[in-house]
Design a protein around this ligand. Structure first.
Ligand SMILES: C[S@@+](CC[C@H](N)C(=O)[O-])C[C@H]1O[C@@H](n2cnc3c(N)ncnc32)[C@H](O)[C@@H]1O
Length: 287
């Protein structure tokens, strides 16, 4: 039996010091907080990085990371450590509220010729911005026809932005939340996968944006979707991102939508919560 001199050379765990190093790196570069219970994420997510770099295992990834401070490796490790769980029409009711209440109000309030501008600030593999694009196409076809809609989809993960740009989904992914009629209307089958129509892809502007860093590709917006990402951040990080959304991104009277289980209580009281039919939405307080 082969005896491994350093047990951290395997794909089944890294040492405490390496984990501490990784934890600090991930926190400082992405804001994502890992705790001791997240060791298993390292075991499942870093082996593909080891294979990509032809390194012997995750211990070797860590050694390389610490030794060379290789920026590309660092970016790929952080990308691998992101959690990208998402689905079409995730939670369903927020999209009904947007169609029935929020978007009509934005159209009414915007001066003529001002496109409705929406930012999906942690778009993952694109299901969220494409849900918006389909929904707007269905309910507000005149906005699409007159090019009065702009959807900006960003994420820290280059892998996820590439997937959003490709708009290609597995059968499993389209089975999660996407009504069959919309699948048939908006996707083309390509082997075992489904590719979203080009005109829908053309509705989405993509870029890699780290919420901790400047947001040069993000325009002034009427609506920001910041869903299921702040759960990974510390209260201070959340506070700063929320402050910047108010100060840098939202047009006066703009809207902020969080994930269904997320709240601003105890984080930022400069937003007012507005109840809608099924869920709620936030707007910066008028002062
Ligand atoms: C759980 S997904 C949420 C996707 C989608 N908003 C939804 O609700 O279905 C969280 C996303 O946040 C992204 N993310 C994590 N930290 C980030 C950061 N600092 N800047 C931008 N995106 C980040 C991850 O890459 C991941 O794709």
């Amino acid at each position: 039996m082969a005896i491994t001199a350093n047990p951290t050379d395997t794909d089944t765990g890294i040492g405490t010091q390496d984990f501490e190093f990784l934890r600090k790196l991930v926190r400082s570069e992405s804001g994502i907080e890992l705790d001791q219970n997240h060791q298993y994420l390292v075991d499942s997510r870093l082996p593909p990085v080891a294979r990509q770099y032809k390194l012997a295992g995750i211990g070797e990834v860590m050694r390389q990371l610490r030794r060379s401070r290789d920026k590309k490796l660092q970016v790929d490790v952080i990308d691998a450590m992101t959690t990208n769980e998402t689905s079409f029409f995730r939670d369903q009711h927020p999209f009904e509220d947007l169609t029935e209440h929020v978007i009509p109000k934005i159209i009414e309030a915007n001066p003529p010729g001002t496109p409705v501008t929406i930012w999906c600030a942690a778009a993952s593999s694109g299901q969220e911005p494409y849900t918006l694009a389909m929904m707007i196409n269905e309910s507000f076809p005149e906005l699409v026809r007159d090019r009065q809609i702009k959807i900006v989809a960003t994420d820290l993960s280059r892998t996820m932005i590439k997937r959003t740009e490709e708009g290609r989904y597995s059968q499993f992914e389209v089975n999660r939340g996407l009504p069959a009629s919309l699948l048939l209307d908006y996707f083309e089958q390509d082997g075992r996968e489904w590719v979203i129509r080009q005109d829908l892809r053309d509705m989405i502007e993509t870029s890699v944006v780290n919420l901790l860093e400047p947001w040069p590709t993000v325009p002034k917006c009427d609506l920001v979707l910041l869903r299921n990402v702040m759960i990974y951040f510390s209260p201070d990080t959340k506070r700063e991102i929320l402050r910047r959304i108010r100060a840098e991104v939202l047009r006066p009277g703009g809207y902020l939508m969080l994930g269904s289980s997320e709240t601003l209580i105890g984080i930022d009281d400069n937003y007012e919560k507005h109840k809608m039919d099924k869920g709620s939405i936030y707007r910066p307080e008028a002062r």
